[in-house]
Design a protein around this ligand. Structure first.
Ligand SMILES: *[C@@H]1O[C@H](CO)[C@@H](O)[C@H](O)[C@H]1NC(C)=O
Ligand SMILES: *[C@@H]1O[C@H](CO)[C@@H](O)[C@H](O)[C@H]1NC(C)=O
Ligand SMILES: *[C@@H]1O[C@H](CO)[C@@H](O)[C@H](O)[C@H]1NC(C)=O
Ligand SMILES: *[C@@H]1O[C@H](CO)[C@@H](O)[C@H](O)[C@H]1NC(C)=O
Length: 461
C-alpha cells in the first residue's frame, strides 16, 4: 500500500534504467543515438531561446508612455490589448511545441528501445561490453578507497573458476549507482568498524533513483537504546511495538502513537492509516464486498485447499496482508520502502518478513516458485508503461503455474483501462479469474479516475 510520495523518484529511476542501463551499443547505433540526443537537445534549446520565448521586460517606449498617462491612456489600452493577444498566440505556439517535444521524446524513447533490441542480436557486442566495464572501473578508481573496496572488482583468491568463468568478482551494486558518484562517496564515508551515519532516508532516496542494490558498508548501524525483547508470536501480529525498539530516523513522526494518529492529521502521508492496528487494518480483506474489495478467503477458495502456501506482497505497507495470511498458515514476504515511517521495522516487529526494495527491482525469487503475489495501491499509472510491462512479466516469471496474481486497487484514468492496461495484462499472458473496475469515489476525485481489482492466474500450461 501507498507509495505516492516516492512516485516521482521511482519514475525517474526507471527512466534512467530504461535509457542508461542495459547493454552497450554498436558504433553505428551509438552514433544514431548520439545524433538523436543532440537533435532533441537542440530542439529544447530552440524552444527556450528561440523567437517564441516570453519577453518579460517592458520596452522603454512603453515605460515612457506611462509618464504621459492621460494623453496616451487609450493608446496604451490598445497596446496592452495587442500584447495580450500576442501572449495568447505565443502561449498556443508553446503548447504546440511542447506537444511536438513530447512526441519527439516518445519517438526517441521508442527508438532507443528498438536499438537496444537490435543490439541484443548483434555479435560485435563483446568489445563494447569490455569497453563499458573499463569505463565503470575507471569511474570507481577515481572515487575514495572505501568506494573502490565496496564496489570492487576483487581478484578471486583461488584464481579462475569455471563456475563464474572469471578470476575476479564485482560485488553486486546497481548499475544506476554509477550515475551518482557524489552520493556514493557520501554513502561510503564513515569510520571503518565504527558507527554508520544515520542516513537511511538519504540511502533510500538513492535506491529510489535507481542505485539499487546499494553497496555494502563496513560500519554498524546505530542500535536502539533500551531495546526490549519482541512480543511473542502470535500476539506480535497485532501489537504495536515499543518506541524504544527502533532508532527513529528524521521522519515527521517520532513515535508509534504519532504514526497511529497521523490519519487524523491534514496533509499527505503514504499509507496514512496503516499503523493503526485497531482501525481499518483490522478489517482489510476480511469481507468480500463484491466490488473492488475482494475477500481473502474467497480468493484462496479459488484454489484447492492448502495449495496456496507461499508468496509475496509487493508494497505491503505495515504488513497486514502477511499477518492475515499467516493466520491461515500461509507465508508471505512483504516488500516495502520506509516512506516517512519505519514500515520495515514495524512489519518485522509483528513477526513477519519484510524486504526493503523498490518496485524497480527484479524480484529476488526463482521462476515458477510462488503460489501467490499480491499488490495493492502500488502498481498504478504512475509507472511508465514499459517499466510496468517488465514488472508484470517478472511477477509472471516467479509465479508457479496456477499461481495467483491479486492486483488490488490499480489506479488509472478511464481511457487507460481499455487502451493500455487490459491489453497489457492480456499480452503478458495472465488469465482473468475475477475482475472489477469502478470509479474512484474519494472526495475530490476526478470523474475519469478509476480503480480496478483483478484476480489473475498464471496458466497451467
Ligand atoms: C489628467 O487628467 C486629469 C483629469 O482628467 C487632469 O486634471 C490632469 O490635468 C491631466 N493631466 C495631464 C498631464 O494631462
Ligand atoms: C505529454 O505526454 C504526457 C503523457 O504521455 C501527457 O500527460 C502530457 O499532457 C503531454 N504534454 C503535452 C504538453 O502534450
Ligand atoms: C495452522 O497450522 C496449525 C498447525 O499445523 C494448525 O493447528 C491450524 O489449525 C492451522 N490453521 C489454519 C487456519 O489452517
Ligand atoms: C472498456 O470497454 C468495455 C467493453 O468494451 C466497456 O464496457 C467499458 O465501458 C470500457 N471502460 C471504460 C472506462 O472506457
Amino acid at each position: 500500500m501507498g507509495v505516492g510520495a516516492s512516485e516521482d523518484h521511482r519514475h525517474a529511476s526507471y527512466q534512467k534504467k530504461q535509457n542508461g542501463g542495459g547493454q552497450p551499443q554498436t558504433r553505428s547505433s551509438k552514433f544514431r543515438t548520439f545524433i538523436l540526443i543532440v537533435l532533441t537537445n537542440l530542439f529544447t534549446i530552440y524552444i527556450l531561446t528561440g523567437p517564441y520565448s516570453f519577453d518579460l521586460e517592458v520596452p522603454s517606449s512603453r515605460l515612457q508612455s506611462f509618464t504621459n498617462w492621460n494623453s496616451t491612456s487609450s493608446t496604451l489600452a490598445a497596446e496592452l490589448h495587442s500584447t495580450k493577444q500576442q501572449l495568447a498566440t505565443s502561449h498556443s505556439v508553446i503548447t504546440d511545441l511542447l506537444h511536438r517535444l513530447n512526441s519527439t521524446n516518445l519517438l526517441l524513447q521508442s527508438l532507443l528501445i528498438e536499438l537496444s533490441t537490435r543490439r541484443s542480436t548483434n555479435s560485435e557486442d563483446d568489445n563494447d561490453v569490455h569497453q563499458s566495464i573499463t569505463t565503470a572501473r575507471q569511474l570507481i578508481m577515481n572515487l575514495p578507497r572505501e568506494v573502490q573496496l565496496a564496489m570492487g572488482p576483487h581478484k578471486l583468491p583461488l584464481g579462475f573458476h569455471p563456475r563464474t568463468g572469471s578470476d575476479e568478482i564485482h560485488p553486486p551494486v546497481g548499475a544506476g549507482c554509477l550515475n551518482y558518484p557524489k552520493e556514493l562517496e557520501q554513502f561510503l564515508t564513515y569510520e571503518v568498524g565504527g558507527e554508520c551515519p544515520l542516513d537511511d532516508v538519504f540511502a533510500q532516496r538513492m535506491m529510489l533513483r535507481g542505485c539499487e542494490p546499494l553497496p555494502r558498508r563496513r560500519c554498524h548501524p546505530r542500535s536502539p537504546r533500551n531495546y526490549v525483547n519482541p512480543t511473542p508470536f502470535p500476539e506480535s501480529l497485532w501489537t504495536t511495538p515499543a518506541d524504544t525498539s527502533i532508532v527513529w530516523e528524521p521522519y515527521t513522526c517520532k513515535s508509534y502513537k504519532c504514526l497511529v494518529d497521523r490519519k487524523k492529521f491534514p496533509g499527505f502521508f503514504d499509507c496514512k492509516d496503516c499503523f493503526d492496528l485497531e482501525g481499518r487494518e483490522k478489517v482489510r480483506w476480511m469481507v468480500d464486498r463484491g466490488g473492488l474489495d475482494f475477500g481473502m478467503d474467497q480468493v484462496l477458495a479459488t484454489r484447492p485447499r492448502g495449495t496456496i502456501r507461499i508468496g509475496m506482497d509487493i508494497g505491503g505497507g505495515s504488513g497486514t496482508f502477511a499477518a492475515r495470511m499467516r493466520e491461515r498458515n500461509i507465508t508471505i514476504i512483504t516488500s516495502t520502502m520506509n516512506l516517512d515511517g519505519p514500515f520495515n521495522s514495524f512489519i518485522a516487529s509483528r513477526g513477519l518478513i519484510s524486504i526493503h526494495f523498490s518496485v524497480s527491482q527484479r524480484l529476488p525469487f526463482f521462476e515458477n516458485t510462488m503460489d501467490i503475489v499480491h499488490s495493492m495501491h502500488v502498481l498504478s499509472n504512475w509507472i511508465p508503461d514499459v517499466m510496468l510491462e517488465f514488472t508484470l512479466y517478472d511477477i509472471y516469471r516467479v509465479l508457479r503455474p496456477g499461481g495467483l496474481f491479486w492486483l488490488d486497487h490499480f489506479f488509472c484514468f478511464g481511457s487507460q483501462l481499455n487502451g493500455t492496461y487490459i491489453p497489457m495484462l492480456d499480452r503478458v499472458g495472465f488469465k482473468k479469474l475475477r475482475w472489477h473496475a469502478g470509479k474512484k469515489l474519494d472526495k475530490g476525485a476526478d470523474k475519469n479516475e478509476w480503480y480496478f481489482s483483478a484476480l489473475l492466474e498464471k496458466p497451467m500450461s
